[in-house]
Design a protein around this ligand. Structure first.
Ligand SMILES: Cc1cc2nc3c(=O)[nH]c(=O)nc-3n(C[C@H](O)[C@H](O)[C@H](O)COP(=O)(O)O)c2cc1C
Length: 156
């Protein structure tokens, strides 16, 4: 688990389908002064839909339909994205995060997965960040088994 010291000018943006990434992001926010934002499905997919449509959308780098608008990230110096890995790719909500990413930011990426690997998609993901003229300050894979679930948010 990373140790963090972030200023007020840090935003943590996360998506979580079953709570693990939520716990991870919540702990980061708890250990820092960063603002925490959740990207939420307008209608949360069931497991079948996540496995079939969600994984296809992840591979095709398609966004989700969200409940509410994403935060305006212009005022933040550093932006941290936390996202689960689906079918080896960032879950589709990551593409909403990319769409909301302003140019010129320092970006930290944390991918939470059962295998602890997003290597299949890492190069393409880094290219998306570079395409926004942002700098990747960190890229880290996290085993879901290593996430401290005491920080689990109540409802997902
Ligand atoms: C639809 C779906 C696809 C997944 N695909 C992968 C995968 O390709 N590789 C992997 O290591 N874990 C995969 N997982 C496991 C999740 O990445 C892991 O459980 C993660 O911690 C879930 O985060 P969450 O609880 O915040 O949703 C998948 C889970 C789901 C629901």
């Amino acid at each position: 688990m990373p140790t963090v010291e972030y200023s007020k000018k840090t935003a943590i943006v996360y998506y979580s389908w079953s709570g693990t990434t939520g716990s991870f992001a919540n702990k980061l926010a708890h250990d820092s002064d960063a603002d925490l934002f959740r990207v939420k499905d307008r209608k949360r997919p069931d497991l079948f839909s996540a496995l079939i449509k969600g994984c296809a959308d992840a591979r095709n780098r398609m966004p989700i339909e969200t409940e509410g608008a994403l935060p305006d990230l212009w005022s933040y110096e550093k932006i941290i994205f936390c996202c689960p890995v689906w079918a080896g790719y960032p879950a589709p909500a990551f593409n909403n995060m990319i769409a909301a990413l302003p140019a010129g930011k320092a970006v930290e990426l944390y991918f939470i997965s059962a295998s602890g690997s997003s290597s299949k998609s890492a190069e393409g993901t880094k290219a998306l960040i570079a395409g926004k003229n942002c700098e990747i300050a960190a890229y880290q894979d996290i085993f879901s088994a290593d996430v401290d679930v005491r920080y689990k948010l109540r409802k997902f």
